[in-house]
Design a protein around this ligand. Structure first.
Ligand SMILES: Cc1cc2nc3c(=O)[nH]c(=O)nc-3n(C[C@H](O)[C@H](O)[C@H](O)COP(=O)(O)OP(=O)(O)OC[C@H]3O[C@@H](n4cnc5c(N)ncnc54)[C@H](O)[C@@H]3O)c2cc1C
Length: 487
């Protein structure tokens, strides 16, 4: 890593003379946003470095977020035998006593492999990986402090992408002890599977973990201050999820706030504003996330974060400082790995003036609860409030041969179809493979396709994808009946 003096930095020109800097682009943070920014710039022939702590290569996505949580879910589904119980009976299990070690061995395996993939991609594209924590000392100069090093190395950059991600927000009045009172990043450090757990916050992360622990046999209580959960999803599908979770002994406490959590060496007691007290082995807080900008030295770059640590960007992911871009969780909504990757790629292209198309407006939402939820396009509530006439086509997995083979009788698809021009307006899925299947609907909608495409297309048999055909036939039959009545 090279050092440059302040004089050189102060005299350094801006983007037009990028070759005077150590790198054309320095990316801070190696999560999905940072990786894709670095690789996109490298593909443009730029000199690129990416800074992160060595043990965090791949980002929190890989170490505490998306990947471990999804791997844990997969391990739980397999070991509990849950997805096979419709076929082999309620007592079916692959392993009787599931331990944290059983779950973590799979998680560790996937993380290790994925870290290798990320490192190899960076190497292949000649992106320099600088190990340490970055901090702006000047708008174009970044100091990097490696672990255990007092000395800070400095690098200069023509452009910078900030992709530092987020951390769980922690209410000030709660004493997190890393053992019984944990945030969602720490939950993977539990030493044993709790027999009871309070989950505070029924957002996506909270409810995903609630369903995973419930599947493991933990008695879960979800406390949520709002009156409902996942209010952006189809209410019928959220009802189905709640039914399933209640069946797994999950208790919901909606419209309730936590006032206090008391911890002993054996258990916790969570007290709610209503006076209810909940005894549980552990408490997991999932109360939103905070942009990771505290230690970035933003003031040295001429930047400031908002009260939730987030950076503001324009439609090109450019901050208020021309050569500094920000992507991923650090810019807030939607704070998904899925979107962070594309934001990173686009930010790099914009930084180097590369012509680029913006992201499609139509984006899927995936919620990896057990069972999973996914949707794309409009909800019934949105269409109703916009006075858009539509018909609903519904199909259930139990009508499909593949649904029977897979032992999933509860899965379903709802298609929302315009009764004016038969275009597909929304797809809402619940059950096995929902987060994959949603892309069929997304592709049809993205290409402006109508429900007739799904009626006329031949689907492989037996597949879960056939759920589209059945729902499309349901919708078109209803539309036809109405049209006949009109005649
Ligand atoms: C439990 C959980 C489940 C999730 N599930 C999904 C899902 O199913 N699908 C989905 O799309 N998204 C999911 N997400 C969200 C997803 O993980 C994030 O949106 C994504 O990781 C954000 O990527 P990012 O590029 O902003 O950076 P991150 O992945 O947050 O990584 C940021 C990196 O920046 C580094 N960094 C921070 N500060 C500095 C510094 N000063 N110097 C150097 N490096 C620094 C950090 O060490 C970290 O490695 C989930 C999140 C959580 C917590």
């Amino acid at each position: 890593m090279s050092r440059i003096s302040c004089a050189a930095v102060c005299a350094a020109p801006t983007l037009g003379y990028v070759s005077d800097y150590d790198y054309d682009l320095v990316v801070i943070g190696s999560g999905p946003g940072g990786q894709k920014a670095a690789i996109a710039a490298a593909k443009l022939g730029k000199r690129v470095a990416i800074v992160d702590r060595l043990e965090m290569v791949g980002g929190s996505c890989l170490h505490t977020g998306t990947i471990p949580s999804k791997t844990l879910r997969e391990a739980v589904l397999y070991l509990t035998g849950m997805s096979q119980r419709e076929l082999y009976g309620a007592s079916y299990r692959v392993k009787q006593e599931i331990t944290v070690a059983d779950l973590l061995s799979r998680t560790r395996h996937v993380i290790d492999r994925e870290v290798q993939v990320v490192r190899a991609q960076l190497q292949r594209n000649h992106v320099t990986l600088i190990a340490g924590t970055a901090r702006f000392v000047e708008p174009h100069v970044i100091a990097v402090k490696g672990s255990g090093q007092s000395e800070q190395a400095r690098v200069s950059a023509g452009a910078v992408v900030v992709a530092t991600g987020s951390r769980p927000a922690r209410p000030a009045q709660v004493d997190f002890d890393e053992a019984r009172v944990l945030d969602s990043d720490e939950i993977l450090q539990l030493e044993e599977i709790p027999s009871s757990l309070v989950v505070v916050g029924a957002g996506v992360i909270g409810i995903e973990y609630a369903s995973v622990f419930a599947a493991l046999g933990t008695r879960v209580t979800v406390v949520e201050q709002r009156d409902r959960m996942l209010e952006f999803c189809d209410p019928e599908i959220v009802e189905s999820l709640k039914f399933h979770l209640r069946d797994l002994a999950v208790t919901f406490r909606f419209g309730e706030k936590v006032v206090d959590v008391v911890v002993s060496d054996r258990a916790t007691v969570t007290t709610l504003v209503s006076g209810k007290r909940i005894l549980a082995d552990a408490v997991m807080y999932s109360a939103g996330r905070q942009g990771l900008t505290d230690d970035l030295g933003l003031e040295n770059a001429g930047l400031a974060a908002d009260e939730r640590g987030r950076l503001q960007v324009d439609e090109h992911y450019r901050t208020d400082v021309d050569h500094i871009y920000a992507v991923g969780d650090v810019i807030g909504f939607p704070a998904l790995a899925a979107t962070s990757m594309d934001q990173g790629r686009l930010a790099a292209y914009h930084a180097f003036g590369e012509p680029v198309r913006e992201l499609a407006e139509l984006r899927p939402i995936g919620i990896y609860t057990i069972p999973e939820i996914s949707y794309c396009g409009a909800t019934e509530a949105e269409l109703t409030s916009a006075a858009v006439p539509y018909e609903v086509g519904t199909a259930r997995y139990r009508e499909l041969a593949r649904g029977q083979i897979a032992g999933d009788s509860h899965g379903m698809l709802k298609l929302l179809v315009s009764t004016v021009d038969r275009r597909l307006l929304g797809v809402h899925l619940f059950g096995t493979g929902a987060t994959d299947l949603v892309h069929i609907g997304q592709a049809v909608m993205g290409c402006g396709g109508s429900v007739d495409y799904l009626v006329d297309a031949v689907f492989n048999h037996p597949t879960l994808s056939e759920v589209y055909k059945i729902a499309a036939l349901d919708a078109t039959n209803k539309i036809r009946a109405l049209e006949r009545f009109g005649d």
